[in-house]
Design a protein around this ligand. Structure first.
Ligand code: BG6
Length: 286
C-alpha cells in the first residue's frame, strides 16, 4: 500500500531527521534525510550489518562517516567537484513510503533535485532518486538519475556501502578472481589472481566490469552482494594509519568495517536530455 511519509516512520536519529522502516520479523533499516543515507540495517533477529562510525558527524554540516553514502555526480577526486560529489552532503526529500506486511516488504523513496547550490558547482538540471527496499534478509538500494536539463551530461556515481564486520581480517570476499583492478593507493593496474580476497592492510581498489556477484564470508555468517547497472566496485579499508587521520572514526574502527561499493567510475555515464539511468545494489544475508 502506498502511503505518504507518515509520522511514525519519521524519527529523530541523534538529532538528525531520519526515517525508519520495519517489518514484522523485526528487520529494520534507518535512513537519514541528509544524503538519503542508510545508517543501520538489522535483518530480523540478526546483528547490525552496516558500519556507522560512533564518531560520525551527525550535524548535517559534513558527510556522515559510515552507512551507505550516495556518491553523485563525481566519485572521489576524479573531477573539479568537492570530493565524492555533493549528493552525500545535502538534505534529500522523503517522497513516499510503501509498506506491504502481507508481502513482507517496506520501502522509502527519497529525491534530490538541482538547486542554486548544486548549479554553482555543477551547472546541470537533474533529478536523483534513491529507493530503499527492505524485505526478509534483504536490502535493495536503487539510485536513479534523470537528466532534466536541455544538454547532455556525464557523471560518476557509487553506493559507498560501509559493511559492518566482526573482524575485518577474518573476512573472505569471493567473486573478484580474475577481475582487473586499479590500485588507487599506487595508481597501478593489476588483475586479481587470488581465489578470495582477504584484507590485512590498507586497501583501495577499483575493480572494473564485474562479472559475478560477490560473497562476503565471516565466521558464522555470510552476505551476498549483487549489483545491477553499476559495472565497477570499490573495495576500501583505510587500515590503521589512514584511519588515525580520520577525525570522525575511532582509531580501531577500521577493524569493524569493509566498504564494498557499487560504482560507475571507469566509464562515466553519459546521459542525454530527458533520459534516465539507474543502478542497484542488493545485499542478502545467507
Ligand atoms: C573510497 C575511496 O571510495 O572512499 C577512497 O576509494 C576514500 O580513496 C574513501 O579514501 C573515503 O572517502 P571520504 O571522502 O569519505 O573520506
Amino acid at each position: 500500500m502506498a502511503m505518504p511519509p507518515h509520522m511514525d516512520a519519521r524519527i529523530d536519529f541523534h538529532g538528525m531527521p531520519a526515517c525508519r522502516l520495519a517489518l514484522d520479523d523485526g528487520s529494520q533499516v534507518i535512513m537519514a534525510l541528509h544524503g538519503a543515507q542508510v545508517l543501520s540495517w538489522t535483518p530480523g533477529g540478526q546483528a547490525e550489518r552496516i558500519y556507522l562510525s560512533p564518531d560520525a558527524d551527525l550535524s548535517g554540516q559534513r558527510p556522515i562517516r559510515g552507512g551507505v553514502p550516495v556518491i553523485f555526480p563525481q566519485f572521489g577526486a576524479l573531477g573539479p567537484l568537492p570530493r565524492h560529489g555533493f549528493a552525500r552532503n545535502l538534505a534529500w526529500h522523503l517522497e513516499a513510503i510503501h509498506s506491504n506486511s502481507r508481502e513482507g516488504y517496506a520501502s522509502a523513496r527519497f529525491s534530490l533535485c538541482d538547486s542554486p547550490a548544486t548549479r554553482e558547482v555543477w551547472p546541470y538540471a537533474f533529478r536523483a532518486e534513491l529507493t530503499c527496499c527492505l524485505s526478509e534478509n534483504r536490502l535493495d538500494l536503487e539510485l536513479e538519475i534523470c537528466n532534466t536539463d536541455h544538454r547532455a551530461f556525464a557523471f560518476t556515481a557509487a553506493l559507498h556501502t560501509y559493511l559492518r564486520v566482526q573482524e575485518v581480517e577474518e573476512c573472505q570476499l569471493t567473486g573478484l578472481h580474475g577481475q582487473p583492478y586499479t590500485d588507487q593507493t599506487h595508481g597501478r593496474s593489476a588483475r586479481d589472481t587470488a581465489p578470495e580476497l582477504t584484507v590485512e592492510d590498507e586497501i583501495d581498489r577499483l575493480y572494473h566490469d564485474l562479472e559475478r556477484p560477490l560473497l562476503l564470508r565471516e565466521p558464522g555468517r555470510a552476505l551476498a552482494i549483487h549489483m545491477q547497472g553499476f559495472p565497477d566496485a570499490v573495495i576500501w579499508n583505510p587500515w590503521e594509519r589512514k584511519c588515525a587521520d580520520l577525525d570522525d572514526m575511532p582509531p580501531r574502527g577500521f577493524r569493524h568495517m569493509l566498504c564494498i561499493e557499487a560504482a560507475a567510475i571507469t566509464r562515466p555515464i553519459e546521459l542525454p536530455p530527458g533520459q534516465d539511468w539507474y543502478g542497484r545494489q542488493t545485499l542478502v544475508c545467507l
